[in-house]
Design a protein around this ligand. Structure first.
Ligand SMILES: Cc1ncc(COP(=O)(O)O)c(C=O)c1O
Length: 477
């Protein structure tokens, strides 16, 4: 376990807080909020309106979660004023001693949480993490193999709309007739194209990913395996989804999607951290360090790293594990409720937090469904589905996620209410075109009221954070 020891700097900082001379950061944040309200009411009002909006909205955005207020506070820390390129103990600027400790803490907690041997917490996002990994492991023009965007893949997995689809020879695998990853096709394309790197991961895939099978395929052609677990990071952390950390050479993720962390990325490596990179002599962990700084980023974001440290600790609590169980149970229940209301659920259900709905079958485009729902205080986003004939701005599908519902304490029993509220809106929506619609304003107002009262019964988890195990409070290596 990390945190079995504490550095003198951490001990002193803790003593300062205990002797009441500390708390400066909290004071600064309070002054900051007071000042914002007094001197910039326009901006402050918008920020307050967002809090109220989140509180009274049924958010089913699969790529979002609610950051604990302590995560938001850490992200607003004065640590942000520190400029320090490089890594702990090897900075290119003076004055980074406290940041060094914070970054070491974040690294130790990330390794602990995911059972990894190596962690880099500096990536500003998962997109930049993926770009860094690709640049380190694949030569320009080299072949990569990833899930097609229309099948649920991500832009950075080789889409022509991303630099990854232009600087590399990107080949894509898809789904089989049941909507699951076509592993036979992955193996066949790998054999044909001999990619340098295979990406396992998705933005819109409701089923368990077989990382072991991906690794077997990667090994059969001598490719590196990158697992991008941005969407399922919370489930992986708590064991609700099998972990790729010891199966993939490298694992990347966003820290804000399911981890309740700040905007940011994380790069991990497990068993393969000391395997060699393409030059046959540099360990992957060393390559990843260089890949982030100096090869693709300059200064890290110190306060964001503090917020990551806090989020990793919270994700290591029993409360978070219970939430992830609820996430999966609720998604299954939501899929079943919607199916019973006549909606076609892709793959027939879900193993994770995502429910994909073929909404065009119900006579609405994805964007019309999204807009009508939003008018009624329900957030779900349009999504392309396999074989989609509509553009990415229109789409034929809806992607739902249960992260935030579960964080509010809603479980399978409440999914009936959520599905019925959605159905009330969608059934009352008349599409005038792919992008325009009509809905009875009185009905929309009634649903907004119903959403508000459901949300009031399950408020945002502002005070619900668990205590952090003592072993995680100290810094680790
Ligand atoms: C699978 C996957 N990878 C990477 C990303 C990009 O993450 P970020 O927003 O941190 O750049 C996303 C989300 O947008 C994603 O779904």
């Amino acid at each position: 376990m990390a945190g079995q020891w504490r550095t003198a700097l951490v001990e002193t900082a803790l003593e300062d807080v205990a002797s009441e001379t500390g708390g400066e950061q909290a004071r600064q944040l309070r002054i900051g909020m007071d000042s914002l309200h007094r001197t910039d009411p326009e901006l402050a009002a918008l920020l307050d309106a967002e809090v109220r909006h989140q509180d009274a909205t049924l958010a089913m955005i699969a790529s979002a979660s609610i950051a604990d207020p302590s995560v938001l506070a850490a992200g607003g820390a004065a640590l942000s004023n520190v400029t320090a390129e490089g890594y702990p103990g090897h900075r290119y600027h003076p004055g980074a001693a406290r940041f060094d400790e914070v970054e070491r803490l974040a690294v130790a907690r990330a390794k602990d949480l995911f059972g990894a041997q190596y962690a880099n917490v500096q990536a500003h996002s998962c997109s930049s993490a993926n770009l860094a990994v690709l640049a380190a492991l694949v030569p320009a023009g080299g072949t990569i193999l990833g899930l097609h965007l229309d099948a649920g893949g991500h832009l950075t997995h080789g889409s022509p709309a991303s630099v990854t689809g232009r600087h590399y020879n990107a080949v894509h695998y898809g789904l089989d007739e049941t909507g699951r990853i076509d592993y036979g096709q992955v193996a066949e394309l790998a054999r044909l194209h001999r990619p340098k790197l295979i990406i396992a991961g998705a933005s819109a895939y409701p089923r368990t990913i077989d990382f072991a099978r991906f690794r077997t395929i990667a090994d059969s052609v001598g490719a590196y395996l990158l697992a991008d677990i941005s969407h399922i990071a919370g489930l992986v952390a708590t064991g609700e989804h099998p972990s790729p950390v010891d199966l993939a050479h490298i694992t990347t993720m966003s820290t804000y999607k399911q981890l309740g962390g700040p905007r940011g990325g994380l790069i991990l490596s497990g068993r393969d951290h000391s395997s060699f990179g393409p030059d046959g002599k540099t360990p992957l962990s060393r390559l990843m360090q260089r890949a982030v700084f100096p090869q693709s980023q300059g200064t890290p974001s110190p306060a964001a790293i503090a917020a990551k440290a806090r989020a990793f600790a919270l994700a290591d609590t029993d409360g978070f594990a219970e939430t992830t169980q609820l996430i999966v149970a609720s998604a299954r229940a939501l899929a079943a409720e919607l199916a019973s209301l006549g909606y076609r659920i892709l793959t027939g259900g879900t193993d994770n937090h995502i429910v994909l709905v073929d909404i065009i079958e119900s006579g609405l485009s994805g964007v019309v469904a999204e807009r009508a729902l939003e008018q009624c205080a329900i957030l779900a986003n349009r999504n392309r589905i396999p074989g989609d004939t509509k553009s990415p701005l229109v789409t034929s599908g809806l992607r739902l996620g249960t992260n935030i519902l579960a964080q509010r304490g809603m479980g399978p029993a409440q999914m009936r209410d959520c599905a019925r509220l959605m159905h009330t809106v969608l059934a009352a929506t008349t599409a005038l075109s792919d992008t325009e619609y009509q809905i009875d304003p009185a009905l929309a107002a009634q649903v907004r009221e119903d959403v508000k009262s459901l949300c009031a019964r399950y408020p945002l988890p502002l005070e619900r954070c668990d205590s952090i195990p003592a072993s995680l409070i100290g810094a680790g290596q």
